[in-house]
Design a protein around this ligand. Structure first.
Ligand code: SF4
Length: 296
């Protein structure tokens, strides 16, 4: 039997999802991550076991270790964990900072750097299967929240979009998004279902049963794409070329010289008007989503 390979990625959620593009090729995999992402990591292909980094690591039963974090903390954790030969992610922090400050070309997309670190090819989408029987992709999926304020499309724009999309809508988010989603649901209460949870038990099958998912540059948008759902991503302070969406055509963004203004998003717009997302019209988004849904 093939020896287990330990794969470490602590966060964020989108990056854990993207790590699933290489886990099948490394199977059987012991995935090490933050406790918050354990159920998500357990759903990645090839993963036979998950371990929380917070619990202290013992990887002596693993024949090889792939560090997809590449940070000092990850190296510190792995130095004490044992395990077989180690391969690691080539971090691109300086290139990414130069991209933001001087608008230089970005480094290679993260999935490509994950694949290079592991020495295996990155799987194409979809690379994730939702648990349970498949459901017909009927509803629109909406992901209005985001960890950083500059990545969020304004609530009034989401509310207008909800009124323009026909049929059933499903709003997704974590517990921190509950108030926002409840407020947005008032735009069409009879047609909206809300899925808010810290885990992924309802989120995975719920996303998998959406005809098209519309969201910002967030982990749940990556999850929708991993599940093979047509995903329209609204990009503001980050751009499609900046790593996570580089091989994904279905993005909307406004061409502004200030983009990208940060590597991850931020609490406020450095320019002050947040035009990168405020200039995206609900009608424009609804039309793009409808066109995506009409594709064979
Ligand atoms: S408008 Fe420009 S500076 Fe402001 S958040 Fe968007 S990309 Fe950044």
């Amino acid at each position: 039997m093939r020896a287990k390979t330990a794969v470490l990625r602590l966060g964020g959620m989108g990056e854990v999802v993207l790590a699933g593009r290489i886990t099948a090729a490394l199977a059987p995999v012991v995935f090490v991550t933050r406790r918050a992402w354990l159920t998500l990591a357990a759903a990645l292909p090839g993963v036979v076991e998950v371990r929380a980094a917070e619990d202290g690591l013992d990887l002596r039963d693993c024949g090889a270790v792939v560090d997809l974090q590449g940070s000092l903390r990850a190296r510190w954790l792995l130095a004490r964990a044992g395990g077989g030969p180690r391969r690691g992610l080539a971090r691109a922090d300086l290139r990414r900072r130069a991209r933001v400050w001087f608008k230089l070309p970005p480094p290679a997309p993260l999935p490509a750097r994950f694949a290079a670190a592991a020495g295996v090819p990155a799987a194409p989408a979809p690379w994730l299967t939702a648990p349970g029987p498949p459901a017909p992709p009927a509803a629109w999926g909406l992901v209005p929240g985001a960890a950083w304020a500059t990545k969020r499309w304004p609530p009034e724009a989401w509310a207008a979009l909800i009124t323009q999309l026909p049929g059933t809508l499903r709003l997704f988010g974590g517990p921190e998004d509950g108030a926002l989603l409840s407020m947005l649901a008032e735009a069409a209460p009879a047609r909206v279902e809300i899925i808010v949870e810290a885990g992924f038990e309802r989120t995975l099958p719920g996303l998998a049963a959406c005809g098209v998912v519309i969201g910002g540059d967030t982990g749940l948008s990556h999850l929708a794409r991993a599940l093979g759902r047509p995903t329209l991503t609204l990009l503001g302070p980050t751009t499609a070329e900046d790593g996570l969406w580089a091989d994904h055509a279905h993005t909307l963004g406004v061409d502004l010289p200030c983009r990208p203004c940060s590597r991850f998003g931020g609490p406020r717009c450095p320019v002050g008007d947040h035009a990168c997302l405020r200039a995206l019209e609900p009608g424009q988004v609804a039309a793009a989503a409808a066109a995506l849904r009409a594709q064979p």
